[in-house]
Design a protein. Structure first.
Length: 307
């Protein structure tokens, strides 16, 4: 059991709620805030304290874990009205997990330091199941004192913590490389399973065969069951990859680095979001491709469930 500490978790979605529960199991006192009342109720049921605002959650915290969507939300949570930076204890550490451009992480670290706070650039990977199990991968960068302050909480939330450098922005750069691969793999998995449907194949059998063959990927194995079940409840929304591959594209343009495969995948996510599926699971790219091609998949009109 970790020594009892006060931790605030801001953002109690699929990842943040699992992380909060992992912290509770680790012996931490956990307060949390989210705009979703159901998420707050779930935290309270797990033994945490549901806060009325960001500032209310952060006021007594020694560690602040940010599991929000993007840099704009980090800005609001830390430095906006009723923000955390103004109420956190001196030398409290911010563990910032959102995917963002490295320059944004560097700016937040500088401003946190000016406010007397430590900042750890700590993007995460692993998905909701690993968040719940305390088995995430953390791509961390920041000064040694930030790692030291964050270590007890990281031990509760993560199976693997990479220390990638002493400066914020390095962790975010690693995460961007991961998101390039993740987004492309999701898009091509959706393309492959929909192509299999166009060939008249039993896509459940395709899934069985491919997951035991060289063409398999973690994303194919993780996302295609959503397609087979016709269940697009968001574990990771389409809009996440519109954002993340957009960051990759922006960085590539700034560096004059060609990203042709990323660009194709990004357009698929943009098209899926434009078709009204932005808040649905990112495997909805398969529905987009099926609709364009006049095909049906499980959960679509005329698409029988396959077992």
């Amino acid at each position: 059991m970790a020594r009892a500490k006060s931790v605030a978790v801001i953002g109690l979605g699929a990842m943040g709620l699992g992380m909060a529960r992992s912290l509770l199991r680790g012996g931490f006192s956990v307060s949390g805030y989210d705009i979703d009342a159901d998420a707050l109720a779930a935290l309270a049921k797990a033994g945490g304290r549901s806060a009325a605002s960001v500032a209310d959650a952060a006021r007594e915290a020694e560690i602040l874990v940010l599991v929000v969507v993007n840099a704009a939300q980090v800005e609001s949570v830390l430095f906006g009205a009723d923000g955390a930076a103004a109420v956190l204890k001196p030398n409290a550490v911010i563990i910032a997990s959102p995917t963002m451009a490295p320059q944004e992480a560097q700016d937040f670290a500088r401003r946190a330091g000016e406010a007397g706070l430590l900042y750890l650039d700590a993007p995460i990977s692993g998905g909701a199941a690993k968040a719940e199990a305390g088995r995430l991968t953390v791509m961390g960068s920041g000064p040694p004192e930030a790692f030291a302050a964050a270590e007890p909480a990281l031990d509760a939330m993560a199976e693997t913590v990479y220390r990638l450098g002493d400066a914020a922005g390095i962790g975010s750069s690693f995460k961007i490389v991961n998101q390039l691969l993740a987004g492309v793999h999701i898009a091509v998995a959706c393309e492959a399973i929909t192509f299999a449907r166009s060939l008249g194949l039993d896509i459940s059998r395709v899934f069985d065969v491919i997951t035991r063959s060289a063409g398999n990927s973690w994303m194919f194995e993780n996302r295609i069951p959503h397609v087979l079940a016709g269940d697009y409840s968001p574990m990771s929304a389409v809009s996440i990859f519109t954002k993340d591959l957009g960051i990759v594209s922006d960085l590539g343009r700034r560096q004059k680095f060609p990203l042709p495969v990323t660009s194709a995948a990004l357009q698929l996510f943009i098209m899926t979001e434009a078709a009204g599926m932005g808040r649905d699971d990112d495997s909805s790219v398969a529905r987009l491709l099926a609709g364009i091609s006049g095909l049906t998949l499980p959960g679509m009109d005329g698409g029988a469930e396959e077992g």
